[in-house]
Ligand binder design. Structure first.
Ligand SMILES: [Fe+2]
Ligand SMILES: [Fe+2]
Length: 472
């Protein structure tokens, strides 16, 4: 059997990554000895530029990152061989000395900027107590706009136990909401004071946590905070969209974009008076016309924010299109041939979160499973059928948070559900009552395919006065 295309691609990426490390090390070492105009340094930086260009040809950007003493080129871990070991060790220790977790070169970078960055990296002496902060200070002064540096994560979730990952996830979720609160408040007064770069960092930590414990992270979206609806909703849409996008195997660049688009999809709502947004009864024609302006208003606000170079047009397109359905209905009416990829994701996650949340004008929200079933019926009309299928697989037929009566007469709440094409539906359920109706706290499995327990009925938590979010 020959090698598959993806094996070859992986091999190629590892080779490119090794060359990148080699050229980076060579130019940094040369810059430590010579100044920027020296021929030896010019030769090395040219070689580094060449390899960067080669990698740009295969994707969108070049991110060299350090995770648990391993180097990654974008998402690929660079395996070390005997020959490359000294170079790897050099990069790992130099990253650590400066508190750097990742370096990202953007495709627009020029040779001049590469030289400037390498020279800065090689020559700056940092304060060992605050390595990243002191390096960042010099980095900002140098005004190198096509390199992005990120700090080594305070919580490197790769080293955490499953229990600790959950603690970090919860912390990130709540800190995220208060970060959004600040951002949306600033956006309402002066969008110019919002920097999108910070949002990108936040999105990356969510992606990281989803890769560690998708189930728990998705479970957090069950917590519905009614007072801060837009913030909570934006956060949930961000998590749901990233989970769906990961399942669709979108690359890291698109994951960043879908995260940013989800967070800001409703930012235009800050311009709508609360009395309209929270009106218990039906809206008048004029009021509805105002609400329908929020996608355009959101785009206008984004255009004024700082760090806009981080926001490709796809993000703006998604904000503009998030109320347009797959068949072109919805608003604004743009008569498009096709919706953007990001828009087709956000229309699904946005609708799902809105349908399952109680609002003043929406007192009886859909249960998770009924929302999924309702939306499934509309696939091909309202939602991209392929994406909808992936969403059902992400959430399970009985999504997390669904309260179930089992054929054993026990009652449980789904804490993890999977739809496996080969084995049917399987789920991990937290049992909250035993066969006789006594309250308990245990974890069990259901498996619709034959063994173990089966679902007898879906229950409505409101009928039992149960707050589902307590179980996550
Ligand atoms: Fe919206
Ligand atoms: Fe929304």
């Amino acid at each position: 059997m020959g090698e598959g295309i993806s094996d070859l691609r992986l091999k190629r990426e590892i080779e490119l990554g090794r060359s990148l490390v080699l050229k980076f090390v060579a130019s940094v070492k040369t810059a430590q000895i010579y100044d920027m105009n020296n021929t030896a340094f010019l030769t090395q930086s040219n070689a580094l530029m060449e390899i960067l260009d080669k990698i740009f040809e295969t994707g969108n950007e070049v991110t060299l990152s350090l995770k648990e003493n391993n180097l990654f080129l974008n998402e690929t871990r660079l395996k070390v061989d005997f020959g490359s070991f000294p170079n790897f060790r050099f990069v790992v220790s130099e990253f650590k000395n400066r508190g750097i977790g990742s370096l990202c070169f953007r495709p627009q970078i020029s040779l001049e900027e590469v030289k400037k960055f390498v020279s800065l990296f090689a020559k700056t002496s940092v304060n060992p107590k605050e390595p990243f902060q002191s390096f960042t200070k010099f980095f900002k002064e140098a005004e190198i706009s096509n390199v992005d540096i990120e700090e080594i994560k305070e919580f490197d979730t790769r080293e955490l136990s499953p229990e600790e990952v959950r603690i970090v996830a919860k912390k990130t979720f709540f800190e995220g909401i208060s970060y959004l609160k600040g951002t949306f408040e600033k956006a309402a007064v002066s969008p110019q004071s919002v920097n999108v770069k910070h949002t990108r960092r936040f999105v990356r930590s969510i992606v990281d946590l989803l890769s560690k414990d998708e189930s728990y992270m998705l479970g957090l979206t069950v917590i519905k905070n009614h007072e801060e609806y837009t913030l909570n909703h934006s956060m949930n849409v961000c998590i749901l969209s990233l989970a769906l996008a990961t399942r669709l195997r979108l690359n890291r660049q698109l994951l960043d974009e879908i995260g940013i688009a989800s967070i800001f999809h409703d930012v235009g709502k800050v311009a709508i008076p609360t009395k309209i947004l929270c009106k218990p009864g039906p809206l008048t024609k004029e009021e509805f016309a105002k609400v329908k302006k929020h996608p355009q208003r959101g785009v206008e606000m984004m255009l004024q924010m700082k760090g806009l170079s981080e926001v490709p047009v796809r993000v703006l397109q998604c904000i503009l299109e998030h109320h347009i359905k797959y068949d072109g209905s919805g608003y604004p009416s743009l008569h498009l041939n096709e919706l953007g990829v990001l828009s087709r994701i956000v229309t699904i996650t946005d609708t799902f979160d809105a349908m399952t949340t109680e609002r003043v004008y929406h007192k009886n929200p859909f249960s998770f499973d009924s929302a999924i079933h309702f939306m499934w019926e509309k696939r091909g009309d309202y939602y991209d059928p392929l994406f909808m299928k992936a969403f059902v697989n992400t959430m399970g037929i009985y999504p997390r948070g669904t309260m179930l009566l089992l054929d054993t007469n026990e009652v449980g709440i789904v804490i993890e559900g999977t739809q496996d094409p080969e084995f049917g539906y399987r789920a991990k359920v937290k049992l909250i009552t035993d066969r006789d109706g006594n309250r308990i706290d245990a974890v069990d499995f259901i498996d619709e395919n034959g063994f173990k327990k089966r679902v007898a009925k879906i229950l409505n938590p409101n009928d039992f006065n149960i707050e589902i979010s307590k179980y996550f």
